[in-house]
Design a protein around this ligand. Structure first.
Ligand SMILES: Nc1ncnc2c1ncn2[C@@H]1O[C@H](COP(=O)(O)OP(=O)(O)OP(=O)(O)O)[C@@H](O)[C@H]1O
Ligand SMILES: [Mg+2]
Length: 237
């Protein structure tokens, strides 16, 4: 049984369909990149998986359980977390506030909460230094680390990241991908990452999905992707 399964998914905004005929299975511990041009539907796919938009047709299963009509908060409780495009932090709230908010839907005990915070601070030491700072005063890279950390505070088994390197200086991008690499190698986490600039993401993942016009038009190994000259040209510049 796949960890995540989408069957004939159609979704969009109001009456408009963006995603069409999306069928997808992701196994536990896979690390997958989703590539595609502006407007291809990558963020819409993320939103449909986490329940921020309803399906117009089709079904979504996670660990064999049907999620299709479950609220976004319930899905977090079942182990799915999204790091949204644009980070979506609350400027007046502190780093610690964000981390506590992130843990809320999963209702950890005090001891479990402390353990999760320790794990986050080991992964992103700068967040410990700045735990009383508001999100408004963090650098772009620190904000992205916080957005990832907030998602991790729910102890997800599936982590979805929507363009985590967007608008961030190259050094911090590498730091963020190094942290994702550590998370992946420590095990027990399935990762799906959306990126436009694929070069960093492709070092992390084993499988690449390509989206075009709301459909998954290609699904294969990262090696197959790398050995295709036309794909290289289109997505690695
Ligand atoms: N909130 C919204 N309301 C209406 N239409 C939307 C909304 N968000 C996205 N769309 C439309 O849905 C389509 C897919 O957008 P989506 O944001 O999923 O693309 P994307 O692949 O994430 O693009 P990008 O790389 O720019 O982030 C586009 O035509 C877009 O205009
Ligand atoms: Mg997007």
């Amino acid at each position: 049984m796949a960890l995540l399964e989408l069957r004939d998914v159609q979704a969009g905004y109001g009456p408009v369909s963006v995603l069409r005929d999306v069928n997808l299975a992701i196994e536990a511990d896979e690390v997958v990149a989703i590539l595609g041009a502006n407007g291809a539907g990558k963020s819409t796919l993320m939103r449909a998986i986490v329940g921020l938009i309803p399906l117009q047709h089709g079904a979504i299963f996670f660990q064999g359980r049907e999620l299709t009509r479950m609220s976004a908060a319930e899905r977090v409780g079942h182990g799915i977390a999204l790091v949204p495009e644009g980070r979506m932090l609350f400027p007046p709230l502190t780093v610690l506030d964000h981390l506590l908010l992130g843990s809320n839907p999963s209702r950890p005990s005090r001891a479990e909460l402390d353990e999760r915070l320790q794990r986050i601070f080991t992964l992103f030491p700068v967040l410990q230094e700045r735990r009383e700072a508001t999100a408004a005063v963090l650098s772009g890279g620190q904000q992205q680390m916080l957005a990832i950390a907030r998602a991790l505070m729910s102890r997800p088994s599936l982590l979805l990241l929507d363009e985590p390197s967007m608008g961030i200086a190259p050094k911090l991008r590498r730091d963020i991908y190094a942290a994702l690499g550590q998370l992946v190698s420590s095990g027990g986490l399935t990762v799906v990452v959306v990126e436009q600039d694929a070069s960093l993401a492709l070092r992390l993942v084993k499988r690449v999905l390509l989206m075009q016009g709301g459909r998954i038009v290609r699904d294969g190994s990262v090696d197959a992707f790398r050995s295709s000259e036309s794909l290289q040209r289109a997505y690695l510049g």
